[in-house]
Ligand binder design. Structure first.
Ligand SMILES: [Zn+2]
Length: 444
């Protein structure tokens, strides 16, 4: 080890750490001196004794001296540390050893998560984040019953309104049982897809269509003398609507636009609502926070058309669809054969001579079409993609060369679901903060 001339001296009185007769492990009775107050690197080939010198001699001796400073009573709990195999060390101050930590190979880890700074961010956003609607950008609001009632008097005084409790929002189904249940609870009217109708026995709606259904709780004139009745109705509406209610003003020419009110975070314009924020809503390791498209990774692996058909002059039988290889008597080739036949082609036809529509079906499938069940096919790309997502390690390796990684189209790499990304503090969401460099973050 090369030594510079030493000028610095400190509280130990030594200008260097002097080691005499170090014999730990494979150290050969080593004498050396390491300058103090310098950054010193111990380097050498594997097995040359770097760790034996740094950890097993210097650090071990420092630790042992520290332990010896405890009372005999305390030491009886810790046990005595063995003296490293060294004759003498001078100039040693208290020691700290920092070991290289092999972080878990979780692809979701970031500096923020490994250092746990991100955990404090999550807590901060759950407590202090302001929610905005991902539909309209409006600030989400929550209102108490009293505030809702006051709003009715401020905005609809001397006007007729209906109070509606939403029970189905944008979902398919016939809702036979639901209508029956509502009717048995004593309500007489519902609003289905914007139309108020009387509830009748055995009522149902088109099961394949998307519906909005609300119970009509009350129709009333907003006036001061009825304040008590109105507050009773608001309570009942919020109960049926599980914390959410709608108000529809009656205008001369039909009903006005519905307004939403909620005890929870809600967009007053579109009516979408968010769960109450909790720290796990801001975690890309949690299903409550992760972007559902990329599972919180920020990127997706895609199998592309060009990667699986590198040479369009080849036929399918010749291995033109690269991951399938050449023709074999297996399910996938038999399926493709049936499909190609339908377009008057053969598996031996070069891919660039197959009809466009045929290739389209081979790649992207025809499940949406009217094709006969025997001719239905999900498409090679989807097939390989699913195989990749749910497949074994073998499948992963097999498809490796056909995969392209690209930024998640839904979260743009931010890794969280859209609700979580619409909570902001001082105009920034948690992902934007996590991407700031530390100086900018500190300023923020
Ligand atoms: Zn995503």
């Amino acid at each position: 080890m090369k030594e510079e001339s030493i000028t610095v001296s400190d509280a130990t009185g030594y200008e260097a750490i002097e080691i005499f007769g170090a014999r730990e492990h494979n150290l050969k009775n080593l004498d050396l001196s390491i300058p103090r107050n310098k950054l010193v690197v111990i380097t050498g080939i594997s097995g040359s004794g770097k760790s034996s010198l740094a950890f097993d001699t210097l650090y071990a001796e420092g630790q042992r001296r520290y332990m010896e400073s405890f009372s005999a009573y305390a030491r009886s709990f810790i046990g005595n540390m063995e003296r490293p195999d060294v004759d003498k060390i001078n100039g040693l101050s208290p020691v700290i050893s920092i070991e290289q930590k092999t972080t878990s190979r979780n692809p979701r880890s970031t500096v923020g998560t490994v250092t746990e700074i991100y955990d404090f961010f999550r807590l901060l956003f759950a407590r202090a984040g302001e929610a905005f609607s991902y539909v309209t950008g409006e600030k989400m609001v929550r209102q108490s019953e009293d505030q809702i009632i006051q709003h009715l008097f401020d905005n609809f005084n001397q006007k007729k309104i209906s109070l509606l409790a939403p029970v189905v929002k944008g979902r398919k189904g016939h809702y036979r049982e639901l209508f029956e249940e509502i009717r048995k609870s004593g309500f007489t009217k519902v609003r289905i897809d914007g139309e108020i109708t009387d509830l009748v026995p055995k009522m149902q709606v088109d099961r394949y269509k998307i519906h909005d259904i609300e119970i009509v709780i009350d129709r009333l004139l907003v006036q001061e003398v009825d304040r008590y009745r109105i507050s009773q109705s608001v309570t009942a509406t919020l109960k049926q609507g599980k914390g959410i209610m709608m108000v529809v003003p009656h205008l001369d020419k039909g009903d006005g636009k519905a307004q939403f009110f909620s005890k929870y975070l809600m967009d007053p314009v579109s009516g979408i609502s968010y769960d109450e924020p909790a720290p796990n809503m801001f975690s890309f390791n949690s299903p409550y926070g992760a972007c559902p498209t990329c599972n919180g990774l920020g990127h997706i692996e895609e199998i592309t058309e060009d990667s699986i058909i590198p040479d369009r002059a080849l036929s399918i039988a010749q291995g033109g669809i690269a991951p399938l290889g050449e023709y074999r008597d297996i399910w996938i080739f038999r399926t493709l054969e049936t499909l190609v036949k339908k377009y008057k082609g053969k598996l031996a036809t070069p891919i660039n001579e197959l009809p466009k529509e045929c290739l389209q079906v081979i790649l992207h499938g025809n499940l949406e079409s009217e094709a006969k069940p025997t001719l239905q096919f999900q498409g090679i790309l989807k097939f390989l993609q699913e195989y990749n997502e749910h497949g074994s390690e073998y499948a992963q390796d097999w498809l490796q060369e056909y995969k392209t990684v690209r930024v998640c189209p839904d979260c743009q790499g931010a890794r969280l679901k859209k609700e979580s990304l619409h909570f902001k503090i001082d105009g920034r969401n948690i992902s934007e903060l996590a991407n700031l460099d530390l100086n900018d973050l500190e300023a923020w």
